[in-house]
Design a protein. Structure first.
Lengths: 207, 207
């Protein structure tokens, strides 16, 4: 038991080797493979290789957005905390999340809707060309889709991976219909950890 | 699309109804069921019903620990951010994570080991009877197991759900051998989101 690998870089390298091996014949274009493998690394769930959908050019657009210093808006503190903020800050961007702000809680209570909805409205107002990351709340993704349909938003990337049983799958089917750069996980699965893994995979691709 | 459920309480209630229905004949003792269902709620992954193992009396001991104001020590900021800290504070406890502390980073670099290992040592020194939550780093769980075997620690609960391909499964098999209160997920799966869900499930059980 004292012989386990303790070096963090060796652990990560070995993990990606195992993932690549177990994916076997399932190969992906380079950048897409990096996203899919990092999701599997985070979840140990190979089903993400089947349900991860990346719109054409989305990774390239996201890289450009990050390099130009775009901010990232998340639906939860948890997704925020999983993103490599140090790496992001090298390009001038920040990760922001409004869900615990007092004005958000108040408005959500008034309207009887989730705080995620109100927080997403605030994010879109602050930067309609930002990177929007939804790992938990389908309501936040539905709100974002409404705003895009209303012509208010032209995002650099949408990470649409809400998880769960009420609205998650449906919200992602709506996102699939839009002509915007997106990365999503079809069906019920996703999560704040998956959302953060996707952003980190892209951050680590940028030289 | 504008008819989706927007009320957070209604969403959660409906989700748990669906989970209970889809679990079908698979029933659990009340408290254990609450933990298992909250993990599924967080991951949309029913395989956790098969791999979640809770040692006898662990939930009761954890409740008592929380009620007596014990602190919770996590291996990642992400697990920390997912735990309902407001609810925990009602009992006097705090969630702590040392992984980003400067002294931890320095020592980890010196020893060539993960920051999680050094952070876990600090947690154990601060409170050997605390609640220890490991959602990411097998190295942290191995370290904790070593400390328990060394007689230094008598935890109120160990949440042992590291995820991944190198050491995660093995660390949990070691935990299974110990006579301490634990909740773990056998095999590769787990995660910071799962770790937070387990703690929140227990927090919501306490009246």
């Amino acid at each position: 038991m004292n012989n386990y690998i303790k070096n963090p870089y060796a652990i990560e390298e070995k993990s990606f080797e195992i993932i690549t091996k177990e994916l076997g014949d399932r190969t992906f274009p380079q950048d897409i493979g990096k996203v899919v493998k990092r999701i599997i690394h985070t979840t140990a769930d190979f089903s993400f290789a089947d349900i991860t959908i990346i719109s054409k050019g989305a990774i390239q657009q996201a890289k450009e957005g990050i390099k130009s210093g775009k901010n990232i808006y998340t639906d939860t503190k948890m997704a925020m905390s999983g993103i490599n903020k140090k790496r992001l800050s090298e390009f001038g961007g920040k990760v922001l999340n409004f869900v615990s702000d007092q004005d958000i809680a108040l408005k959500a209570k008034e309207e009887g809707v989730t705080r995620s909805i109100i927080a997403m409205r605030k994010a879109v107002e602050e930067n309609p060309n930002g990177i929007f990351v939804i790992g938990n709340a389908p309501t936040a993704l539905f709100e974002l889709i409404n705003q895009i349909r209303g012509g208010n938003v032209n995002p650099s990337l949408i990470v649409g991976v809400p998880v769960g049983f009420v609205g998650a799958a449906e919200s992602k089917e709506e996102l699939l219909k839009l002509d915007v750069p997106y990365i999503l996980t079809r069906g019920r699965k996703g999560g704040s950890n998956v959302a953060a893994a996707i952003i980190n995979a892209i951050l680590y691709m940028i030289n």
